[in-house]
Write a protein that binds this ligand. Sequence first.
Ligand code: RB5
Length: 141
Amino acid sequence: MKIAIGSDHGGFELKQLVMEVLRTMGHEVVNEGCLSTESVDYPDFAAKVCELVRSGNCDRGILICGTGIGMSIAANRYRDIRAALCHEPYSAGKSREHNNANVLCLGGRVVGPELALDIVRVWVQTEFAGGRHQRRLDKLS
Ligand code: RB5
């Protein structure tokens, strides 16, 4: 899978770990920044990642800021983006199975690295269930 990833300074360190795990899993990672812990604005990185997903250039996206909240607010403003802010693996799995979430948001200052990586693994590996869930998604468009 080709996965776009972006963060602000609050998510930079966790992003480094997430990229490593995704590559170990065999995925192609497109890093849209930021590139250091210097202070930046999260909407700029949400825009880059969401555009890659909307255009079909990437299959899915991952966005990380301090809480994950700013990134999820920003990402859900884009048409056809279904961004899920997850703090544990159960919701991450359901966001795929039930909501067909195409962007995962994480809070780099909220979840520890091991929990975050568990969330990422589940989210990446879980498929959309379709059926009644597709009917519900159709009502959002
Ligand atoms: C940056 O300090 C912080 O506000 C940002 O990373 C994020 O948590 C916003 O929602």
